[in-house]
Structure formats: C-alpha cells, structure tokens
Design a protein around this ligand. Structure first.
Ligand code: SF4
Ligand code: SF4
Length: 270
C-alpha cells in the first residue's frame, strides 16, 4: 500500500478518535491533553505556555511532557504530517471539496495560492529561523502578560475544540473563523504555516538530533529529476542526501513519489 494511503488512514483515525473520545467523555482535550491513569500527556507548547503564564512548574504534567519529548526524539516531527488534527482536517477538507469542484478549478487555486506564497515570502524573506523568533516572541509575551494566548489561535486547538463541540453538542464554534489567522500567516513564510507553527517549531527544536525514518538516496537510481524537492512540503532536497530533522515532517512523500524508486526509508541514519 502506498504510504500516502496509510498516512491518510492514520489521519482519519486521529480525527475520528477525538470525536469518539469526546462522545464517550474520555478525560482529554483534543491533542492538547490526555490523562492515562496517573500519566498526563500534554502538548509540549501547552506545557511551556502554562509554565510561563503561571511562572511555576506544574509537576504532575512533567512526566507526560518528558515522554512527549522522548517520542519527538524517536520519531522527529512525524506528528506534524501523520497526526496533527489541523493538518489532517485541512487535507481532508481539500479532498472533500475536490469531489464537488472541477479539477481545473482546484489545480488553478492551488497554483495561485503557491504563487502568492512564493511571491510574498520572497519579498519578506521569512523562513524557519523567523518561525523560531516568532516562537520566542510568543513565549516572552506569555511571560509578560501571564496569559497563554497562543492556545486561542492554535489551529490544533481550534480544530480539536470544534470536533469536541460537534461530538457533544452537534454544532461548531465561532472560533473556527480564527483559522484564517494561520492561513494568512502561512502565506508569508517560505514553506507555509509549518515554517512558523509554534507546535512544529518546538518539535523541530527537540527533533534536531533525530536520526530515525530518514529518506535515503540510492545514487545509482537517482536521475536528479528533483521531483522529491518539488513535492517536499518542508522545502527540503532529499536528492542531495541531506534532510534536516528539525524541518522534515516524515511524511515520506519523497519516498512514495520518486519516479525511480531511488529513495528508501532508513530506520536509523547517522
Ligand atoms: S525524485 Fe527520485 S530520481 Fe528524482 S531527484 Fe529525487 S531521488 Fe532522484
Ligand atoms: S524530506 Fe521527504 S519525508 Fe521529509 S518532509 Fe520532505 S517529502 Fe516529507
């Protein structure tokens, strides 16, 4: 089975899982918080926000936070492309719309969107390092004002809250409109929202020393067509043999779509 199909199914399970958990009143809050017995798995950005806003460490959250850090160390930024409910909801909405709208319209809109992003990001020269600066700015803002405001705009939070509302009250919330915020900001950065999503940025910082599930090139098969570079959502160049673990979201699209099957997945690469 193609990796894209597996990824799509896992994404579906992650969205449907939130609906089911909310319906059965499981002690959780979307992808931000999950209680498993004594263990509280918490979104790493949520943990840092709470720590900064309250200027104190909430110790019962520390083991869960550390476990998430270990998972990021082991799997890099895989969460961003395989599980993130915001990314999954976005992709599934586009696929759903594609069933009703003409393919030429969908293709044209996608091309215009990418062209606008290339134009704006080239003018503003905004890239991953600016995403890190933004993350630090948000952290300082939370520390100064003592309020974890990023959670209000976080697309993961918005989608999760709306799925919970859907499962419990069969309605959606007005805060869905806040999704325009990351959509607009994503137009300003070279690789879109994932360049500056604080959740992705923090995961990227922890994933710097990740060595697992790396796309690896077989130089004998590669014909340098650069398709892998064009389709990589993180703007990486797997055919050059160097994949930055803090940016790679492990979607494995490059492996899936290489016309020469020149890329394979290295379980561990030094
Ligand atoms: S898509 Fe495959 S063949 Fe083309 S440059 Fe990338 S690795 Fe090489
Ligand atoms: S390098 Fe490959 S696996 Fe990593 S983000 Fe790009 S397309 Fe996905």
């Amino acid at each position: 089975m193609r990796i894209a199909k597996v990824r799509s199914w896992i994404g579906f399970v992650s969205l449907f899982g939130i609906l089911l958990a909310a319906y059965f009143e499981f002690p959780f809050s979307g992808c931000s918080y999950l209680r498993l017995g004594f263990l509280r798995l918490v979104c790493p950005v949520g943990f840092i926000e709470t720590t900064l806003a309250t200027k104190s460490i909430i110790w019962p959250l520390v083991p869960g936070f550390l476990i998430i850090c270990v998972l990021i160390f082991l799997f890099g930024r895989a969460y961003c492309s395989w599980i993130c409910p915001a990314a999954q909801a976005g992709q599934k909405s586009i696929t759903f719309l594609g069933k009703f709208l003409p393919p030429s319209f969908m293709k044209g809109t996608r091309r215009k969107w990418q062209r606008t992003r290339s134009h704006l990001s080239a003018k503003l020269q905004l890239d991953y390092q600016d995403g890190i600066a933004l993350f630090l700015g948000v952290a300082v803002g939370i520390l100064v004002f003592g309020y974890p405001f990023f959670c209000l705009f976080c697309p993961i939070g918005v989608i999760s809250r709306n799925l919970i509302e859907l499962a419990t009250h069969y309605s959606v919330r007005m805060d869905l409109i806040l999704l325009f915020f990351p959509l607009f900001l994503g137009l300003l950065f070279r690789s879109g929202w994932k360049c500056m999503c604080p959740v992705g940025t923090l995961r990227g910082l922890v994933a710097r020393s990740n060595h697992t599930l790396v796309p690896l090139k077989n130089p004998r098969l590669c014909n340098s067509c650069r398709k892998c570079e064009r389709i990589c959502p993180s703007g990486l160049s797997p055919h050059l043999g160097i994949v930055d673990p803090s940016k790679c979201v492990k979607c494995l699209r490059c492996v899936d779509e290489c016309p020469k099957s020149a890329l394979s997945i290295a379980v561990w690469n030094k």
